[in-house]
Design a protein around this ligand. Sequence first.
Ligand code: APR
Length: 287
Amino acid sequence: MEYEGVASSSRGKQKINRCLLIGIITFLAFAIILAFVLVYTLKKEHGPRETVLSRCQRYLDANPSASSVNDCERIWSVFEQAYVGKDPCDVAPEAYDPLIKAVQQKVPCNENLFWSKTNEMAHALTKNRNCLMTLEDTLLGFMFNGLTWCSKNGSKETFTTGCPGWMECINPMRSFWIRASANFAATACGNVSVMLNGSINSPFNPDSIFASVEMQNFNPATMDSLRVLLVTKETDMMTCSNKSLMDLQTLLSSGPLRAVTYTCRVIPHAKVKNCIDDLEIPCSDCW
Ligand code: APR
């Protein structure tokens, strides 16, 4: 009788343990499935397509004049066709030709601002002042600025990790910026400005995108002048007579751009900062 009691209580315990184990396993399986679903949904919501589409819409909302001629969904689809399914080391700048055609925007003459090694300062300025516009302030540049993308041979996907480095090969990102920069330069008109960094030895670097792509694509038929804004800090010894700037001037005067007037001005860093912070200062007094 006593034995029966002990046996039934141990059976009861075993049953409870089994139930507990099944419960834990079910809970864990449920948690794992939920985690997968969550990761998949979040990835879908914050994937490159969603980022580009949301940036595109935001830009068009803020710039109504560009909104009737640009279709964000179409832009994304044309963009993808440049690199999806391709070897990430074999996407040439020309692959983006259809994208360049698909994005419609005219930068007003006299407002193009090019830059080299002055990324932060140039964009801090154009963020607050609408008298100048960089490539990254146009719809095309704004949509893709700071993003990473590539695909693989035969794949239908866009990856944002594991893509080749900037200098590694003819990759989708570098080719995009080369093609977009070439177009920004080719369509520049009137008095064009470039902000160069007076704190480095060679503000005009032949390997930069500005020198190797943009300068090569300037159109002498639409451009009147190139104005170098050489931003220097107090302790810098830099002047417009710097060897690299002489090279820039020679490049202009000895080729198809010889009719384009060259000017160079040293602008103290503090003055640019004042122009960024104090909107009362007219743009014309900034340089
Ligand atoms: N790795 C990753 N990105 C790079 C690298 C690199 N090694 N080199 C250049 N870049 C990208 C970065 O996005 C960087 O901010 O190019 C940008 C500009 O590089 P800079 O050397 O400062 O300037 P430059 O090469 O002259 O390009 C700037 O190109 O974006 C257009 O119109 C724009 O006039 C501007 C010019």
